[in-house]
Design a protein around this ligand. Structure first.
Ligand code: C5P
Length: 296
């Protein structure tokens, strides 16, 4: 997450994420699933600006850059508004804000677009409203908003996430990776993706993948890419199977679905190759496709 001050406004680049590994370890009493997942922040990002309002009002203005007819929710349907209201309530501040959101991260895709925007709101408004909250306080508010929000509040490039996703262990060595990322015409809600998922009877460990990626051994790492939610997603939405087949037809090292889908990614040898594959897939009618890199 990049933050820049410009006059009275704070500007934030809120990155999307990919799950390079996701194992469902069990179903919990609270209805969530216990996970072990490797999350990496990528160069695809939404942009948000935050300017203080003279009243306690929270105003959100959305500008879609998705190139599709999908409407970006405003009001309480948007996690950004919920984050701002939660922060107002928690801190007792009577300060308000006008927020502009330029949406580039596709929704219902497993790219955590809503979660990263919410994290941007927590971090930026803590500054704008001069609240001075402790990191643990922000992380606790993040967990109340969604399972992926804490990863972005921590502002680390890559992490192994456990619990329902909110327990973050930073990968403290750089992962320099390139991907082509694509989403079929339809999305899938996170709740739907988890509803029918299968708990792994013999869970795999994320560690071998992390070690191989750190060492840049992509071919070996490709055999460790894993997503427990992929099988269910392909059953719920045949477009996911079709997209994986298309990606596998390209010179990618390996492909997989991210999070609860429906976006999928191909791991690529170089950024240049990722760009070339993205242009080819776009030309062949894949609804949304882009080339991305991990962030340092
Ligand atoms: O936490 P978040 O709001 O992103 O989760 C959306 C839904 O996805 C939850 O209501 C739950 O049904 C499901 N989920 C889950 N286990 C997780 C994360 C999400 O079952 N670890």
């Amino acid at each position: 997450m990049l933050i820049r001050q410009d006059g009275t406004a704070l500007w934030v680049h809120a990155p999307a994420k990919l799950n390079l590994f996701l194992e469902v370890l069990g179903k919990r009493a609270d209805g969530f699933h216990e996970l072990e997942t490797l999350m990496v922040a990528i160069s695809l990002h939404d942009t948000l600006s935050f300017t203080e309002e003279p009243t306690p009002a929270i105003r959100l203005h959305c500008h879609s850059r998705l190139g599709s007819a999908e409407a970006v929710p405003t009001g309480d349907g948007n996690l950004v508004v919920r984050a701002a209201k939660l922060l107002q309530q928690y801190s007792g501040t009577s300060r308000g804000v006008s927020i502009h959101l330029w949406k580039r991260i596709p929704m219902a895709a497993g790219l955590a677009g809503g979660s990263t925007d919410a994290a941007a709101a927590l971090v930026a408004l803590d500054r704008l409203w001069e609240l001075g909250l402790a990191p643990e306080e922000l992380l606790s508010l993040a967990a109340q908003l969604g399972s992926d929000v804490a990863f972005f509040v921590r502002r680390v490039p890559a992490a192994i996430c456990r619990g329902r996703g909110e327990k973050i262990q930073e990968v403290d060595r750089p992962l320099e990776l390139s991907f082509v990322v694509a989403r079929p015409a339809s999305g899938l809600s996170t709740a739907e993706g988890f509803r029918h998922c299968r708990v792994s009877s013999r869970p795999r460990s994320v560690r071998p993948l992390v070690e191989l990626l750190i060492d840049g051994r992509l071919k070996a790492a490709s055999r460790c890419l894993h997503n427990s939610l992929q099988e269910t997603a392909t059953q719920l939405n045949p477009e996911v199977t079709d997209l994986i087949t298309r990606l596998d037809g390209q010179p990618v090292v390996a492909s997989a679905m991210t999070g609860s889908g429906t976006a999928c990614f191909g791991l690529c040898g170089t950024p240049r190759l990722a760009g070339r594959i993205a242009r080819g897939l776009r030309g062949s009618g894949v609804p949304w496709v882009t080339a991305v890199q991990t962030r340092a």
